[in-house]
Design a protein. Structure first.
Length: 394
């Protein structure tokens, strides 16, 4: 049962309505199933009594609904599935939810799904994190841990089915060699990849030019794969690409267009002359193929890259095609995201200002760029110091 009050109201008792700015607070009394004793939970800061009543009703419903977990007897699988659906899906961007759901399904549940929440121990979890670090980058492991810890915090503070979060203050093993960490192509490797994708000169209708144009665009602009696959020909303005959306392709679900990753991701990216010419050539070829072959359909959304029936290209198809080409010519089998890293590394190695690189990539801050490409920036610093030392010596 909930009770309500105006906290720290300084108005005279005879005044019917509060005018001093005090906030409403609710207090809920409920039975702790583990101890058999009654507990209380309160929350304030509501502008009106009605708002406090609504919040209290939601909290009482949550306590009633999740009280059957018997303080952590619920399995990780059951809890995470409901946590994703009830707490995350309505409150985060679709692309963020897709990433979280995928990490839960592929990384967390295979290891922890059958555990009861209360049986998760700090030492066992730390060992698991250490093993993950051998397979994944530090950033990826931090992302997985962040999702797990966030869910456990909600189990403590929102659902109140755990007394504490056993995986707080976990240590993520540091990376020892950033060069091994970051996956990208050297200039020679990139040239070999693009050459392998380039269609034959004597081909009248060059079906493969689409992938050649796509991989060239990724390597010359640093666009994310979702940003590139969401592009329409209307986004090509002069010699610039207008990046204002991204394609989200959830597993076993319908693809959709979403806003970019962050405000900084909304940007205009300048094209070099060769890439611009290639895109124009690709556009002409796209129209010719549609006219020549009956099973090819134009894209109703005027997409820059699309399947033969006019629908969006699937990210997994692009990824597999790229790996197949890499395997054929003896290159590391990297994903399309490696082309984004490749562009950034090549820009920095050529002497580009890190702020310019950060803005071109659509990073939210220069710090993200500097941290991601640490080994490159360190090399640039050392080269600059060597030049300075040589200058002084002369």
């Amino acid at each position: 049962m909930a009770s309500f009050r105006l906290k720290n109201c300084k108005c005279p008792p005879e005044r019917k309505r509060c005018t001093c700015g005090a906030k409403w607070e609710y207090r809920i009394r409920y039975l702790d199933r583990k101890t058999g004793k009654y507990r209380e939970k309160s929350k304030g800061g509501f502008d009106t009594k009605k708002a406090a009543q609504l919040a209290a009703a939601e909290e009482e419903l949550a306590i009633e609904r999740h009280g059957f977990a018997e303080n952590g007897n619920e399995t990780v699988k059951t809890y995470f599935e409901e946590w994703l659906e009830v707490y995350k899906k309505p409150n985060v961007k679709p692309i963020t939810y897709s990433v979280q759901e995928r990490n839960v399904r592929l990384n967390i549940l295979p290891q922890w799904g059958n555990y009861r929440l209360k049986d998760i121990t700090r030492s066992e979890y730390q060992k698991w994190i250490n093993e993950l670090r051998k397979k994944y980058s530090e950033g990826t492991v931090r992302r997985i841990h962040s999702i797990f810890s966030s869910a456990m915090n909600d189990a403590v503070y929102e659902f109140q089915i755990l007394r504490d979060n056993p995986i707080q203050r976990i240590k993520i093993p540091k990376q020892t060699d950033q060069t091994d960490e970051l996956k990208y192509f050297t200039k020679e490797q990139l040239a070999a990849l693009l050459k392998a994708c380039k269609p034959a000169k004597n081909a009248k209708y060059q079906h493969s030019i689409q992938y050649y144009a796509l991989f060239t665009l990724l390597a010359r602009t640093g666009l994310r794969i979702g940003e590139a696959l969401a592009l329409t020909w209307d986004d090509l303005i002069g010699d610039r690409i207008n990046v204002n959306k991204t394609l989200v392709y959830p597993l076993n679900s319908t693809p959709y267009i979403s806003t970019p990753k962050s405000k900084a991701s909304i940007r205009q990216v300048a094209l070099d002359t060769a890439t611009l010419a290639l895109l124009k050539r690709h556009r002409i070829n796209q129209k010719e193929v549609i006219l020549r072959y009956e099973n090819y359909r134009p894209s109703k959304d005027n997409l820059m890259f699309h399947q033969h029936d006019g629908r969006w290209l699937r990210t997994n198809v692009v990824r597999e095609y790229m790996k197949e080409v890499c395997k054929r010519v003896g290159l590391p089998q990297l994903s399309p995201h490696a082309l984004r890293h490749t562009h950034a590394v090549h820009l920095l190695e050529s002497g580009a200002n890190i702020k310019y690189v950060s803005e071109r990539l659509g990073h939210a801050s220069v710090k993200i760029t500097a941290d991601t490409y640490l080994h490159v920036t360190k090399k640039i610093e050392q080269d600059a110091l060597d030049l300075y030392t040589s200058y002084i010596a002369d």
